[in-house]
Design a protein around this ligand. Structure first.
Ligand SMILES: Nc1nc2c(c(=O)[nH]1)N[C@H]1C(S)=C(S)[C@@H](COP(=O)(O)OP(=O)(O)OC[C@H]3O[C@@H](n4cnc5c(N)ncnc54)[C@H](O)[C@@H]3O)O[C@H]1N2
Ligand code: MOO
Length: 207
């Protein structure tokens, strides 16, 4: 679809053309509450919005909608937030799993190994939203240790550049101390991916 300016008529035409060509349409930006964020409004004209906000950090304004197609199966729409980190995380957690299922991956198969990881340093929690904290996991004496990629602002691309996992940090007041064991979703990340140990990932059945 390319880049489209914040102009409702241009956006409407681009979305219509995208839904004519594709079964799944994914956009970034234009989904929060700004005066020029038109995506939700335009999707409600042509389809049904199933949710327009999520209690997660990053990714709060993520939007999911379906639009009727010529066949029985509806077309899917993912409106991901514009901030690059929010877009990356919500693509991995919402859109990529849907695409994997559509191309035949069985429901029972996990998309990402979900393993125990020990925090290499303390992590401050968000009191309102659970966070997918970007981190770098490594093996250390038979266990997985995860190091935060630093400041987690959703415009800071450096927080995803080195990350090979997303740590599930619960919403709460206060700080999780170094050594706390949390769940980590291991991302395929080229040469930076965490390789399985010879025994497989702990808690994940060996393939
Ligand atoms: N009143 C509220 N304001 C905001 C809320 C809220 O809940 N209420 N949520 C905040 C959160 S959280 C996020 S995240 C942002 C997301 O806003 P949008 O999805 O509407 O994103 P934009 O404002 O259109 O864009 C943000 C930023 O990202 C750039 N962008 C967009 N697409 C791309 C791309 N493909 N490549 C690179 N950069 C891209 C865009 O230029 C902007 O700089 O809303 C908060 N506000
Ligand atoms: O999705 Mo927003 O990233 O929570 O900044």
């Amino acid at each position: 679809m390319g880049y489209v300016s914040d102009d409702p008529s241009k956006l409407r035409a681009t979305l219509a053309s995208a839904f004519q060509q594709a079964d799944v349409v994914i956009t970034s930006g234009g989904v929060s509450r700004g005066s020029k964020d038109y995506i939700k409004e335009l999707l409600s004209e042509i389809g049904e919005i199933h949710f327009g906000e999520m209690c997660m950090k990053p990714g709060k304004p993520s939007t999911f909608a379906t639009v009727a197609g010529p066949e029985a199966q509806s077309k899917l729409f993912f409106g991901l937030p514009g901030n690059p980190v929010s877009c990356f995380v919500t693509f991995k957690l919402l859109a990529a799993p849907a695409l994997e299922r559509l191309r035949g991956l069985p429901q029972a198969d996990p998309i990402y190994p979900r393993v125990d990881a020990e925090l290499a340093g303390s992590v401050e929690m968000d009191p309102v939203r659970p966070e997918y904290h970007r981190a770098r996991a490594r093996w250390e004496s038979g266990r997985i240790v995860a190091e935060s990629t630093g400041f987690q602002r959703s415009s800071r691309i450096a927080s995803i550049a080195e990350a090979n996992c997303l740590l599930e940090i619960p919403k709460n007041k206060g700080t999780l101390p170094k050594g706390t064991v949390v769940k980590a979703l291991l991302l395929p990340h080229g040469s930076r991916s965490l390789a399985p140990s010879p025994e497989g990932f702990p808690g994940v059945p060996r393939p």
